[in-house]
Design a protein around this ligand. Structure first.
Ligand code: MG
Length: 390
């Protein structure tokens, strides 16, 4: 079987999410935006899909020359080939490689009629989820105060969540960031939900060492499980410094380039107590499996970044990570609705705060192909309307 075509369908959908110029998801008035459906097709008619994929221009100029004529089951060979291409092109970031790799896993699972997590090797089918609260804002009734975070956290606990992560106020929001305001939000949430709910913090990512240490020590007193990316992750020595001063876990790195290799350096340098990596950031399912196994070799927890089918499946192959990240969540955006291109919600949470992996073949997304076809537009832009990579 050979890969015979790679196509991108850009389509419109309505959303209440948009991104500020630093890239943070924000809630606002409903508007039209676009997303891309990446389809990889073979000469035998097998197909694999991924959403938020690259533009047709990137596919035609970079992906097709590397993939056409290849056996789609040679995922490792294809992934290493794309990785080498990064050396001399700046148009192929890890996130785009991830989209191609995930579509190849979806294709293989659909062809073999088996869910991806069973194709890899299953460890579980249910995962505890944490509610991932969106970054703060200045919208009345939104996330404009510690009291807003507290009130919203109570709602999320009523929804079934047993764990919550806050993103606090970040630039370019006026007045942000502010470590004391962050601590006030964390304290208000702890007060509201009580001691039995697991809490984590993912604040502004560009604090200096002293701000990061102050913030970490304050939320350590509040019984938080981890602090995530309070400083720029390119400075590994800053994280070695911070981690050496805390009992609470430092989780990272999340957005650092270099996939499993840069993360191996963090592990051997003692820069984190819990390893971080999302299928999108590290370049796909193929490389994140290496990272999971690396963490197992060092007795480390590995917390997968982000939701969506690709992250759900890898979480079901591992026993050394706790949570599925359910988000982002905001008081003014309806919760637990499928995207318009999905017939059903992929990841409903149950009363115990767990999500269950679907048993459909491949990545198991319940795609509404009619919606995509009816809303396709003649535009090759990368969709940035959705709140995460999916
Ligand atoms: Mg994060």
């Amino acid at each position: 079987m050979k890969i015979s075509d790679i196509k991108v369908d850009t389509f419109r959908y309505r959303t209440k999410w948009f991104r500020d110029y630093e890239g943070h998801s924000c809630a606002g008035a409903e508007r039209w935006t676009t997303n891309n459906m990446l389809t990889i097709r073979t000469d035998e008619g097998a197909e694999g899909y991924f959403f938020a994929g690259p533009s047709q221009g990137v596919v035609d100029s970079l992906i097709k020359p590397a993939l056409l004529g290849q056996d789609p089951f040679f995922r490792e060979k294809i992934w290493q080939r794309m990785r080498r291409m990064q050396k001399l092109t700046n148009s192929l970031p890890d996130m785009l490689i991830a989209h191609v790799d995930c579509a190849l896993w979806d294709l293989a699972g659909r062809y073999l009629q088996i869910p991806v997590y069973k194709m890899i090797g299953a460890a579980r089918t249910r995962i505890p989820a944490y509610a991932s609260i969106n970054a703060g804002d200045d919208i009345p009734g939104g996330l404009s105060s510690p009291e807003d975070y507290a009130r919203f956290s109570e709602e999320l606990v009523r929804d079934g969540f047993k764990a919550i992560k806050l993103h606090t106020w970040m630039s370019p929001l006026p007045g942000a960031p502010d470590v004391k305001r962050d601590v006030a939000a964390c304290a208000a949430v702890r007060e509201a939900v009580g001691p039995d709910i697991t809490l984590m913090l993912d604040p502004h990512h560009h604090y200096d060492r002293i701000e990061a240490l102050y913030l970490s020590r304050e939320i350590e007193k509040l019984g938080f499980l981890w602090i995530e990316e309070p400083m720029n992750e390119y400075s590994m020595s800053s994280y070695v410094w911070l981690n050496g001063k805390l009992d609470m876990a430092v989780l990272g790195p999340e957005n650092l380039e270099g996939s499993y290799q840069s993360r191996a350096e963090w592990v051997t340098s003692g820069a984190c107590d819990m390893l971080r990596g999302g299928t999108g950031e590290v370049g796909g399912i193929t490389p994140i499996l290496k990272l999971i196994h690396l963490a197992q070799a060092f007795n480390l927890r590995m917390e997968v970044h982000g939701g969506g089918p690709h992250n759900m499946h890898v979480l079901c192959t591992m026993d050394n990570g706790w949570f599925y990240e359910w988000g982002l969540l905001h008081p003014m955006v309806e919760r637990y609705r499928p995207f318009p291109w999905q017939k059903t919600l992929y990841d409903p949470i149950d009363a115990e705060g767990f999500v269950q992996v679907p048993e459909r073949p491949g990545l198991g997304d319940d795609i509404d192909f009619d919606y995509v076809r009816e809303h396709t537009i003649d535009e090759g832009a990368v969709g940035r309307g959705a709140p995460d990579v999916y």
